[in-house]
Design a protein around this ligand. Structure first.
Ligand code: ADP
Ligand code: MG
Length: 250
């Protein structure tokens, strides 16, 4: 039945041995949203993303994208539908420049390879420059990725995810390891991608203070289950959330 949710999760469950990493999770996103999943380390944030993107098989429950059941689809098939994710562990080629990294991502998406008949220099040049511009990395285009600052590496990682031209973007702790200034810059970029490109974005974060001012809606995971959901102000005022963040069982 068609509805206006780009993403709909029903009764999702996943255990690793005796550990319940995802516990009966129901979740919905409307197209154009910028929302966050928060929770302390081990809450189940990365597992949730892994289930949605086909990197882990669900034990039970369903994942719908634009009304289509994509539960347990292969990661490549999910990516081809328009769902991208940036990893907590980066997938950047450190010996290539920022430009080369992005061009490679675009070519992979277009299934083109460099060959004898194509002038390699020209291939995907315009798209690569546009993405570098969008992401604010044009001045560092020819810097080797390994020599970029932590903040610029994250920008590059975002650009790689955008190379797939997604409608829905998952970012797993996009500001991990960043200074306050880099965190702010990265979150402003995420906001810009949401507002200017109309991308629907869901990101995770363990530090609650980072998400205020950026996410429209927060969902709090604790021991794999959703314990709170609402606007940032509503969630911050929730006693259960405060207990979890103080390390007390709700
Ligand atoms: P978060 O991203 O919120 O820090 P995770 O999703 O990584 O949390 O982990 C949730 C729980 O699932 C943790 O207890 C973790 O140890 C466990 N877990 C995650 N992935 C695996 C795995 N591949 N094998 C075994 N246990 C896992
Ligand atoms: Mg994680």
């Amino acid at each position: 039945m068609p509805d206006d949710f780009i993403l709909k999760i029903e009764n999702l469950n996943k255990s690793f041995g005796g550990v319940k990493a995802t516990s009966n999770v129901n979740y919905k996103m409307k197209s154009g949203e910028l929302s966050a999943i928060i929770g302390p380390n081990g809450a189940g944030k990365s597992t949730f993303f892994n289930l949605l993107t086909g990197f882990h098989r669900v034990d039970s429950g369903s994942v719908f994208y634009k009304g289509r059941d994509i539960t347990n689809w292969h990661p490549h098939s999910i990516a081809r539908l328009g769902i991208a994710r940036a990893f907590q562990v980066s997938n950047i080629y450190h010996t290539l420049t920022a430009y080369e990294n992005i061009r490679q991502a675009i070519l992979t998406q277009q299934k083109k390879t460099l060959n004898f008949f194509t002038p390699a220099r020209k291939l995907a040049e315009r798209e690569t420059m546009e993405l570098l511009d969008t992401i604010g990395l044009h001045e560092q285009a020819h810097v080797t990725a390994g020599n970029l600052s932590q903040g610029d590496k994250k920008r590059l990682e975002l650009a790689l995810a955008l190379g797939c031209r997604p409608d829905l973007l998952f970012l797993d702790e996009p500001t991990a390891g960043m200074s306050a200034e880099e965190t702010h810059d990265t979150m402003m970029l995420v906001k810009k991608l949401n507002m200017e490109l109309g991308l629907t974005i869901l990101f995770t974060e363990h530090d609650m203070s980072v998400v205020f001012g950026y996410a429209q809606r927060l969902t709090v995971l604790h021991l794999g289950a959703i314990i709170s959901e609402g606007t940032p102000a509503e969630v911050r005022a929730d006693e259960n959330v405060q207990k979890v963040y103080l390390g007390v069982e709700p």
